[in-house]
Design a protein around this ligand. Structure first.
Ligand SMILES: NC(=O)C1=CN([C@@H]2O[C@H](COP(=O)(O)OP(=O)(O)OC[C@H]3O[C@@H](n4cnc5c(N)ncnc54)[C@H](OP(=O)(O)O)[C@@H]3O)[C@@H](O)[C@H]2O)C=CC1
Ligand SMILES: CC(C)(CO)C(=O)C(=O)O
Length: 306
């Protein structure tokens, strides 16, 4: 039985798998295509402030997985989640624990609907990683992961995974309320990524002009109102604090959403801007700034709605 399966050998998956492996955990990476060949041929390469390392981690593809792993940490983008959940559902054996690390607020519920016997832990990841030319680069602030159980019976699961991550050198803690944390991050990533993509300026520059800063504030206030109607009480100073945090970004910093949109890559648009528009429509919450962003980006050919 695979002990810990990290699904998706991209930026976050490679980092988490490498750290867990280095700390002596029995970890397997689930990869595909050229990335799988590369991992087998060259190992997993990581570059960070503490230097460059190559780690040899067992790597599998879906067809080689013989049964349910004890725990699976899903590190694909949101758009790939349905395929991952379908593949897990048909595995033989008793279902294992699932950790979702996706941005957005919908991944843990999608996992719970699909894998109803599993305990689901949702994670909120801070940090910035990218996979370039086969090397995972960790840039900027040290990563940290907050975790919480959103479904399933295993009450000890969160503490165990937090301990495992901490022992592997990844700052991690149990969230007081993981749904609040996921919404807090949605408020940042959807608003900042949406406004910056709409205005075609780096996210780090949005707070530099009163006009773009005001648009960002309106977008964040809309997510905050949507959260409230969704039963999530974000702290009353959440918008102000997030704006102050955003003002500290380097002027040329971009968000993953805008990088993916501008490069024409598959993006998490549907889980960020798309989710705000979708959830607002179904909950009858006015989100004029997001509608404007969505309309403009969609008619410019951006935004892969699923
Ligand atoms: N990168 C970061 O700094 C942060 C990322 N996150 C979140 O983490 C998640 C992952 O992001 P990130 O690591 O950047 O994304 P990447 O695109 O770098 O990695 C995703 C990986 O998943 C693989 N994959 C996709 N579908 C499957 C599948 N069905 N089976 C096996 N492998 C699959 C992809 O393979 P292929 O290349 O073949 O498509 C790719 O290697 C996102 O939801 C993101 O929002 C959150 C905070 C920070
Ligand atoms: C918005 C940001 C930069 C916050 O960490 C992010 O998560 C992203 O780029 O997706």
């Amino acid at each position: 039985m695979v002990e810990t399966l990290v699904i998706g050998a991209g930026a976050i998956g490679s980092f988490v798998a490498a750290r867990l492996h280095r700390a002596g955990n029995e970890v397997t990476l689930l990869a595909r295509g050229r990335r799988l060949d590369q991992l087998r041929r060259e190992g997993l390469r990581i570059a960070s402030a503490s230097g460059f390392e190559t780690v040899q981690i067992p790597a599998l593809e879906w067809d080689q997985l013989e049964g349910w792993p004890r725990q699976s940490i899903i590190c694909t983008k949101t758009c790939d989640l349905p395929h991952v959940l379908d593949r897990l559902r048909i595995l033989p054996g008793a279902s294992g624990r699932i950790v979702t690390l996706q941005n957005g607020v919908e991944a843990p519920d999608q996992a719970a609907r699909s894998l109803s016997d599993s305990t689901i832990l949702a994670g909120r990841v801070h940090g910035f990683f990218e996979l370039r030319e086969g090397t995972v680069r960790h840039v900027g602030v040290d990563p940290d992961i907050l975790l919480g159980r959103t479904a399933g019976p295993d009450e000890r699961a969160v503490d165990q995974v937090v301990q495992q991550l901490k022992a592997a050198g990844i700052a991690s803690a149990v969230a007081q309320d993981i749904r609040v944390e996921l919404w807090r991050k949605l408020l940042l990533a959807a608003s900042l990524g949406g406004v910056a993509s709409y205005l075609r300026i780096p996210a780090g520059s949005v707070m530099l002009s009163p006009c773009s800063a005001a648009m960002l504030r309106r977008a964040m206030a809309e997510v905050s109102a949507l959260a409230r109607v969704s039963g999530i009480d974000l702290p009353s100073d959440c918008v102000d604090r997030t704006l102050i945090f955003t003002a500290k970004f380097p002027p040329d910093a971009t968000t993953s959403l805008q990088r993916d949109l501008m490069a024409g890559r598959t993006s998490e648009y549907d889980a960020l801007v798309g989710a705000v528009v979708r959830l607002a429509r179904s909950r009858n919450v006015p989100v004029p700034t997001f509608l404007e962003i969505d309309r403009a980006l969609f008619s410019a050919g951006f935004g892969n709605r699923t």
